[in-house]
Write a protein that binds this ligand. Structure first.
Ligand code: NDP
Length: 444
């Protein structure tokens, strides 16, 4: 297999899908040598079977706003690969959603889920519906209309969606309610559910906490055991960003930035627990903008900017794809940043990744570092199957163990002399398990 040729072929067959091409390119370049050590993979064209999703559903979602106007959005579910378990991956509601973005996310998810050690395949879905400014009833009606179609394609042993950008506990609750009504079953088919109806403790926190557990595993190899004295820049102010910040504070670090799609705040005093509580309420109850933080605490707000020029020792991109480019990466390194660990999916551009690797700083790609969310989703599926709920401590311990296992797998496959290339490690470790499962199951 020649990575370049496979990629060119995919670009020709699936044009205008830049995010999908970007995600595939990174994996192909990492696994090329290992793949070519296995002629049986090439014989059965494993690479194309792995890069092209099993199937994609796309559908029209029609809903009515509070003024009685009818709107039409697109809905999608990309079922990428189920070699090691049911399709599993979140739903994103954001105006930017299109097939390319969901294909990249489903592709990444396949490797991420493989790394978790749990039996989950990869999928992703969502809609170009924009939740901003919508009333609670409008959100509910949209979620119900979306599920009216999606319910045909999912199930506890088939495909188990969860949240992502724009889809939190409220949206999962509305979608699960509609799913149950349509299917007359109580199988917990979505994860990220409320604790009262089958949700798992620690699921809301899992992606952010998991990212910090992964970061700590990386830092420990350098003899750093806590975050005291570390200055941490975080982007985003949603689910992942806020719980990431919470764990950073718990371990003694100082959080100086948060952002949303309008801009970022820089608080040199540090965002402490009380300020973070305010952010949590701002985002989840009042559904406000991060700018309001700057007004309340009298600190800097940069409209339209990204926080990477603020001096920090650790950067945790936790908003969206391609939010950190090559110039940002150079600035981070020049400012003394020692570690970048990704809460978001594919937040760093290929140029940024190159800068991190060349400068040999600790760099954890999202498919490894943010796998805590889907891991606890996997634990939620287990608890639903056995009809039991585990304690907070039990789930947290399992999450820590999983993040350590993922870290160790990256070290095993990514060590290059005295440096660990976590990109290579994550891609090869994730790939090998899926590849072996696909080979064992024949050409299907
Ligand atoms: P939320 O919707 O809770 O928060 C997203 C945050 O990112 C918001 O602050 C949002 O700002 C900001 N954001 C979204 N789009 C953009 C953009 N185009 N430019 C700048 N800022 C943007 O989502 P999550 O916290 O759940 O997800 C964040 C990232 O983490 C995503 O990449 C997601 O795929 C990834 N992830 C999430 C997991 C989970 O368990 N939730 C699991 C693994 C990965 P605004 O409010 O203005 O839109």
């Amino acid at each position: 297999m020649k990575a370049k040729e496979v990629l060119e072929n995919l670009k020709r067959r699936f044009p205008n899908e830049p995010e999908y091409h970007q995600a595939v390119q990174e994996v192909l370049e990492s696994i090329e040598d290992v793949y070519n050590e296995h002629p049986e993979f090439e014989k059965y064209n494993l690479i194309e079977r792995l890069c092209i999703p099993d199937r994609i559903f796309s559908f029209r979602v029609t809903w009515t706003d509070d003024n009685g106007n009818t709107h039409v959005n697109m809905g999608y579910r990309v079922q990428h690969n189920n070699a090691i378990g049911p399709y599993k991956g979140g739903l994103r509601f954001h105006s930017s959603v299109n097939q390319s973005i969901l294909k990249f996310l489903a592709f990444e998810q396949t490797f991420k889920n493989s790394l978790t050690t749990l039996p989950m395949g990869g999928g992703k879905g969502g809609s170009d519906f924009n939740p901003k400014g919508k009333s609670n009833n409008e959100i509910m009606r949209f979620c119900q209309a979306f599920m009216l179609e999606l319910a045909k394609h999912i199930g506890p042993e088939t495909d188990v969606p969860a949240g992502d950008i724009g889809v939190g506990g409220r949206e999962v609750g509305y979608m699960y309610g509609m799913y149950k009504k349509l299917r007359c079953e109580n199988t917990g088919t979505l994860t990220g559910k409320g604790i009262e109806f089958g949700g798992s403790l620690i699921r809301p926190e899992a992606t952010g906490y998991g990212n910090i557990y992964f970061l700590m595993n990386m830092l420990k190899r350098k003899g750093i055991n806590d975050l005291k004295g570390q200055v941490v820049a975080i982007s985003g102010s949603g689910n992942v960003a806020t719980y990431t910040a919470e764990k950073v504070l718990e371990l003694g670090g100082k959080v100086i930035t948060l952002s949303d799609s309008n801009g970022y705040i820089y608080d040199p005093e540090g965002i402490d627990a009380e300020k973070l509580k305010y952010v949590f309420e701002l985002k989840n109850i009042y559904r406000g903008r991060i700018k309001e933080y700057a007004e309340k605490y009298n600190c800097k707000y940069v409209e339209g900017g990204r926080p990477w020029a603020e001096k920090c020792t650790i950067a945790l991109p936790s908003a969206t794809q391609n939010e950190l480019n090559g110039d940002d990466a150079k600035t981070l390194v020049a400012n003394g940043c020692i570690a970048v660990s990704e809460g978001a999916n594919m937040p760093s551009t290929p140029e940024a990744i190159e800068v991190f690797l060349q400068n040999k700083i600790l760099y954890a790609p999202g498919k490894a570092a943010n796998a805590g969310g889907v891991s606890v989703s996997g634990l939620e599926m287990t608890q639903n199957s056995i009809k039991l709920s585990w304690s907070r401590e039990e789930v947290d311990q399992k999450l820590k163990d999983i993040m350590k296992d993922i870290h160790d797998a990256c070290v095993k496959y990514g060590t290059e002399g005295d440096y660990v290339n976590y990109v290579k490690g994550a891609n090869i470790a994730g790939f090998m398990k899926v590849a072996k499962a696909m080979m064992a199951q024949g050409v299907i």
